[in-house]
Design a protein around this ligand. Structure first.
Ligand code: TXA
Ligand code: MG
Length: 322
């Protein structure tokens, strides 16, 4: 397979109609998409990214009217969130309708749905008459891609087309929400903050710290976002003393590291959480090119997008020990 890259929406639409996969830009990260209603097309997603079949996919729709084609909406708060945040970085888990193949949801009775906020992809969704199943366009377990080049790094020769929409605005995946009898729950922290959700709903949200042993969120493994290099969390300058004999990469957030032996990548020099979120996956990839032995990073403040960044760092750090 020769992978083409460009901004040709007609070409992307034709390939998708043919049951091929296409990488799509969203405001969060790039997705590896296929016709969600076509099982053999969806199977290609799992094969191309080595994704285990127990990890369900998010289904991308073009407008709110489509929600009830694919899911059962009984809770009014679902509409409230859809009104407030779609198109945007929010996936909502709902009881699924039969048209959604079991392969998409890994056999679950629920489906995660969202409307992505990127002009090219919204345009593409208008041109096709099916929704798009799309996980992040990376090999299973590694950092999500925030530009076309990252997609090609891992999926060149596998995916048929990369729709190049430039760098993604947010750089972190969508926040995943579901409603239970005890209230709203966040299954994955992401581009929409807890504060934004609580403001819109007027109630507290429970954050589920899921792991591989939590059957409610099969894909939210405790070890994920593996940069292929050990990640050590905590005070960077303290840890530099401990690991001084190694080639160190420092992922910094306003900390000034003046040491030419340390490869630094600044998440945000001004301690801006949005900027840090946007740069996180780029930073994790950067150190691979620098051939460092170890990545040192410090926790961000546990608020706003800082929470979602910390969540990714925690999983990247766990990856070393499992
Ligand atoms: O921002 C995003 O969400 C990106 C872009 C491409 O839209 N997509 C993305 O997909 O991050 P992925 O596959 O990398 O992560 C989807 C997560 C998985 O961890 C999966 O377990 C969870 O969503 N998920 C999907 N369907 C679910 C369901 N029915 N119940 C619980 N979790 C679900
Ligand atoms: Mg992913």
């Amino acid at each position: 397979m020769i992978t083409k890259t460009g901004t040709d929406i007609e070409c992307a639409a034709a390939l998708l109609r043919n049951g091929e996969t296409v990488s799509i830009p969203t405001e969060t990260v790039y997705g590896l998409s296929a016709n969600a209603l076509n099982e053999s097309a969806v199977l290609k997603i799992f094969e191309q990214k080595n994704r285990p079949a127990f990890d369900p996919l998010i289904v991308h729709i073009k407008c709110k009217d489509e929600l009830e084609k694919y899911a059962i909406v009984e809770n009014k708060r679902v509409w409230k969130l859809a009104e407030a945040f779609w198109p945007g970085p929010l996936s909502i888990v709902l009881p699924k309708k039969d048209v959604i193949p079991d392969l998409v949801t890994s056999g679950l009775e629920t489906v995660a749905l969202r409307i992505p906020n990127h002009p090219l992809t919204l345009n593409l969704l208008e041109k096709i008459d099916f929704p798009l199943a799309a996980p992040s366009a990376n090999l299973f377990g590694s950092a999500s891609p925030t530009c076309a080049e990252h997609v090609l790094d891992q999926l060149d020769g596998k995916v048929s087309y990369v729709l190049d929409g430039g760098e993604t605005k947010l750089g972190l995946e969508s926040t995943i929400v579901r409603f239970t009898s005890s209230g709203p729950e966040v299954l994955r922290l992401g581009g929409l903050t807890i504060e934004q959700l609580e403001d819109a709903l007027g109630e507290n949200i429970n954050i589920i710290r899921s792991s591989s042993s939590n059957p409610e969120a099969p894909g939210m493994l405790s070890a994920h976002y593996n940069p292929g290099i050990p990640v050590i969390m905590g005070n960077i300058n303290e840890n530099r003393k401990k690991f001084g004999h190694k080639k160190i990469g420092a992922l910094t957030f306003g900390a000034d590291i003046q040491d030419e032996n340390v490869a630094s990548f600044e998440l945000s020099s001004t301690q801006d959480l949005e900027e840090a979120a946007r740069n996180l996956f780029k930073g994790l990839r950067y150190f691979r090119k620098k051939n460092v032995d170890i990545i040192l990073a410090d926790w961000l403040p546990e608020k706003g997008l800082g929470r979602a960044v910390n969540d990714r760092l925690r999983r990247a750090a766990v990856a070393n020990y499992t």
